[in-house]
Design a protein around this ligand. Structure first.
Ligand code: NAD
Length: 440
């Protein structure tokens, strides 16, 4: 049993703290957002993450998990301080480290004599050294025994608990190998490969992993666009590629492209890091360009199907950036809505979990209670997020309630052949030779 303080109770911090508690440790989760902590104390989750509420409540009941806003209280007796605060994009695409800096300063101010500082936030290469420097300078004259360890997080929203408990690997980077081995002990029970590297390499592993996954998606989207023109179906192309063990099938789903709180900012931050160090990250730039273009292709197809989009009623199904999360940060749906509104379209939308978050940022969007309300009177329906709930919608009901039966399947979720036979004009992504506007 170890005493752990997790700083930041967002998607990463709350899952990390709860899972470490579930593994038998004594965990204090700290956040500066008082409302968030108050709600957590009352069992109300700040995010939607399958299984999280129950796991939090079990561990609170067992006395292993507490929530506080006070650094002094949170760090008292803690052996490990995990940093899990946000690192959003700055104006130039760089990672904004203001929250990490503030945490480093608080650690320097509040820890009594020793601590392992473990960084789970995704931070530019070199940040671990920078954090160490901040702590050292702030403690000048009052020694503190500490080491900084980079421990990048690879969990995915929507399956975060499972990803934490059954990781493909744990990466630990530090200039102090003994410190890294201490952190490794927290993970031994998970029986996964644990890789110990230097600090900067660990920080880079996270960026390189996210950039690679984003590259796979952009790659298949580029192939999808070529398929569309040449009459091939990208779904079968991806399947055929995926059987090859050297390639594998993950992250080869063509669609509206990647979004969310990680890929966009991380690819941008890596490209920024590369550029300011004199290299030309051409592949990363292309990966971002292709992604941006996927949303524009949908607008182009809608324009082709409907003529002017001015005053066209467009229904959007799915607002979160992917299924099983309420996270709408950089969601493709949001960019689509913005582009459509620019052309004068009237937008209706629905999401199974993200309505509260969407209501806070979406202007002039009619938020509906279900897919059928969205379809009512719509000139076209766009599927932006492939929630399970949308797989089996009643298309007879949708057909009769739409003004024009046009379906833009941005995730290739539906059976286009069936929908066409029902009378819909169906458009998928990369499904050339099959009603994509260029062949029939
Ligand atoms: N969300 C993911 O799926 C995911 C996956 C892997 C890695 N990451 C990385 O993990 C980090 C956290 O991401 P997230 O999505 O959990 O962020 P988040 O925005 O959901 O949560 C961040 C939390 O930190 C709190 N915070 C900010 N400043 C603080 C301070 N000084 N002291 C205490 N708390 C403070 C905020 O109030 C907020 O609750 C980011 O660097 C992200 O790139 C995220």
């Amino acid at each position: 049993m170890s005493k752990i303080c997790v700083i930041g109770t967002g998607y990463v911090g709350l899952v990390t703290g709860t899972c470490f508690a579930d593994l038998g440790n004594e965990v204090v989760c700290l956040d500066i957002d008082e409302t968030r902590i108050e709600r957590l104390k009352n069992g109300i989750m700040p995010i939607y993450e399958p299984g999280l509420q129950q796991l939090v409540s079990q561990n609170v009941k067992a006395g292993r998990l507490t929530f506080v806003t006070n650094y002094e209280k949170a760090l008292k007796d803690a052996e490990f301080a995990f940093i899990a605060v946000g690192t959003p994009s700055g104006v130039d695409g760089e990672a904004d480290l203001q929250y990490v800096r503030s945490v480093a300063e608080s650690i320097a101010d509040q820890v009594e004599d020793k601590i392992f500082v473990v960084n789970k936030s995704t931070v530019p290469v070199g940040t671990g050294d920078w954090v160490a420097d901040i702590i050292r300078k702030r403690r000048a004259g009052k020694p503190l025994e500490f080491s900084v360890i980079s421990n990048p997080e690879f969990l995915r929203e929507g399956s975060a608990i499972n990803d934490f408990m059954y990781p493909d690997r744990v990466v630990l980077g530090s200039t102090d190998r003994v410190a890294a081995s201490k952190v490794a002990q927290l993970y031994l029970t998970l029986r996964c490969p644990i890789m110990i590297t230097d600090l900067r390499t660990a920080e880079m592993i996270k960026y390189a992993s996210n950039a690679f996954l984003a590259t796979r998606i952009s790659f298949i989207n580029e192939i999808a666009n070529i398929c569309e023109e040449l009459g091939a179906d990208v779904r079968d192309v991806a399947l055929g590629m995926g059987y090859d063990k050297r390639i594998g099938s993950a992250f080869l789903d063509a669609g509206l492209g990647w979004g969310g709180s990680c890929f966009p900012k991380d690819v941008k931050a890596l490209a920024h890091m590369a550029a300011i160090h004199g290299t030309h990250p051409q592949l990363l730039q292309a990966v971002m360009d292709i992604n941006r273009n996927q949303r524009r292709r949908v607008i182009y197809k809608l324009r082709k199907a409907l003529g002017s989009l001015n005053e066209a009623v467009i229904g959007i199904l799915g607002l979160s950036f992917k299924p099983n999360t309420d996270d709408i940060r950089e969601a493709p749906a949001l960019e689509l809505i913005h582009l459509l509104q620019n052309e004068g379209a009237i937008i209706k939308g629905y999401d199974p979990q993200a309505m509260e978050n969407a209501a806070q940022v979406l202007k002039r969007v009619q938020l509906c209670e279900n897919p059928y309300q969205v379809a009512e009177g719509a000139d076209a329906l766009v599927l932006a997020t492939e929630w399970n709930e949308f797989k089996q919608v009643d298309f007879d009901r949708i057909y009769t309630s739409m003004k024009k039966p046009i379906i833009m399947d941005g995730r290739n979720l539906w059976d286009g052949e069936k929908l066409r036979s029902m009378g819909f004009a169906y458009y998928g992504m990369g499904r050339g030779g099959f009603n994509n506007g260029n062949s029939d």
